[in-house]
Design a protein around this ligand. Structure first.
Ligand SMILES: *Cc1c(COP(=O)(O)O)cnc(C)c1O
Length: 372
């Protein structure tokens, strides 16, 4: 079904610019394998995020998640559980399994929809040393308001903290620090559906140069120069053409972010009443879309249906919860995950585009205000 207002509409560089980049790539005869565009893109990501971070690019964020888990978690003899929220995209729990660990699902906070510290503590009390690490998810790319407490919890329990910030390139934590600065590393996706879109692509950013070297080797068959494979790797390299698109996107990314944030602010001002509650930190995020919590399932289904009737593509993220998806149905759970189930009955995800047509904006507001 085609909607007048699609859920996602990325703004890509002009075809003439991409065509010039392609010409460069053909002239250089360098299409992938850390060519000049990829190396410049790495420097661009590091400069954008600042403060001594190292970036490693990937062909997508799912492989980046796998690499981070494989490189940073101890290859111990325990049951290798990794704490992960069920309220996330399935790529994280899948990456845990591909890296030879097992997901142990935790709940979310009912208001922020961010992973629940209480649920993690319950899991730690029950599973103890059987847990190998934590894969936190910055829900919807929003910086976790309790990130400091998560870092402390990880430290106290001597567990690596990896953060899936897939949609959060450009987001800020409550402290004002850029998302990318926390944990042992953070993972970004540059998929076409994310605010920073290059087609397929992703990155891991971390503070430790030696970790970055190991992550980069992972993307390149585990090779070390002159020795062949010195660790288990695979092919997860970013192509030159996608890196070139990334470089173009970086040049006006702050403006693009401001456009998204402004549209969100205007929408919140235009919505009347208190039917729609927005999670903390959304306004300082990259605003991939705007997820709101409605009072109950009935109202949510009604509004979702009416948006669709008006050819506006809204969703309910992250639905269905990962622990209810058939492949993960038997995976371990910290508790009943009740907040996750309740939230999924109330959440409504509204499109926010970088350049949203005024008519689309008004059409959404009118439905949300029951004016049509
Ligand atoms: C999009 C997304 C991913 C997957 O990213 P890809 O680049 O498509 O592999 C993983 N986790 C979360 C939370 C996401 O939103």
């Amino acid at each position: 079904m085609k909607f007048d207002v699609p859920f996602i509409r990325p703004v890509f560089p002009h075809p003439e610019e991409v065509s010039r980049d392609l010409q460069d790539i053909i002239e250089a005869n360098w299409f992938t394998n850390f060519g000049p565009k990829e190396r410049e893109f790495v420097r661009g990501i590091e400069a954008y995020l600042g403060d001594g971070l190292h970036a490693v690019t990937f062909s997508n964020a799912t492989l980046a998640l796998m690499a981070a888990i494989k490189v940073l978690l101890p290859a111990g003899v325990n049951e290798r559980f990794v704490l992960v929220p069920s309220f996330t995209f399935a790529a994280g729990p899948a990456a845990i399994e591909w890296a030879d660990y097992r997901p142990l699902f935790i709940d979310v906070e009912s208001e922020t929809l961010q992973p629940s510290l209480a649920s993690a503590r319950a899991a730690l009390a029950t599973y103890g040393r059987r847990i190998s690490g934590i894969l936190l998810c910055n829900t919807f790319g929003i910086g976790n308001p309790s990130i400091g407490e998560w870092e402390l919890l990880a430290q106290e329990n001597d567990l690596p903290l990896i953060i899936d910030s897939a949609a959060g390139f450009g987001s800020l934590y409550a402290s004002g620090a850029k998302v990318g600065q926390a944990g042992l590393c953070e993972i970004f996706s540059f998929h076409a559906t994310k605010p920073f879109a290059i087609g397929e692509g992703g990155a891991v950013v971390c503070h430790d140069a030696e970790v970055a070297i190991r992550l980069k080797a992972f993307t390149n068959f585990g090779f070390t120069a002159g020795q062949g494979a010195t660790s288990l790797g695979l092919n997860a390299k970013l192509q030159e053409i996608n890196a070139a698109i990334g470089l173009r996107q970086l040049t006006n990314f702050d403006e693009a972010l401001e456009q998204r944030r402004k549209t969100l602010r205007r929408m919140r001002e235009a919505i009347s009443g208190d039917t729609y509650r927005f999670p903390d930190g959304l306004e300082q995020s990259s605003v991939c879309f705007a997820s709101t919590l409605l009072p109950d399932r009935e109202t949510r289904d009604l509004v979702l249906g009416r948006l669709r009737e008006h050819s506006i593509e809204a969703r309910s993220y992250y639905s269905p919860a990962v622990h209810t998806q058939p492949h993960f149905a038997d995976a371990a759970r910290a508790d009943s995950l009740v907040n996750t189930s309740v939230a999924l009955g109330k959440v409504l995800s509204i499109p926010i585009h970088q350049s949203m047509a005024e008519a689309s904006f008004q059409a959404i507001v009118n439905v949300l205000n029951y004016e049509v």
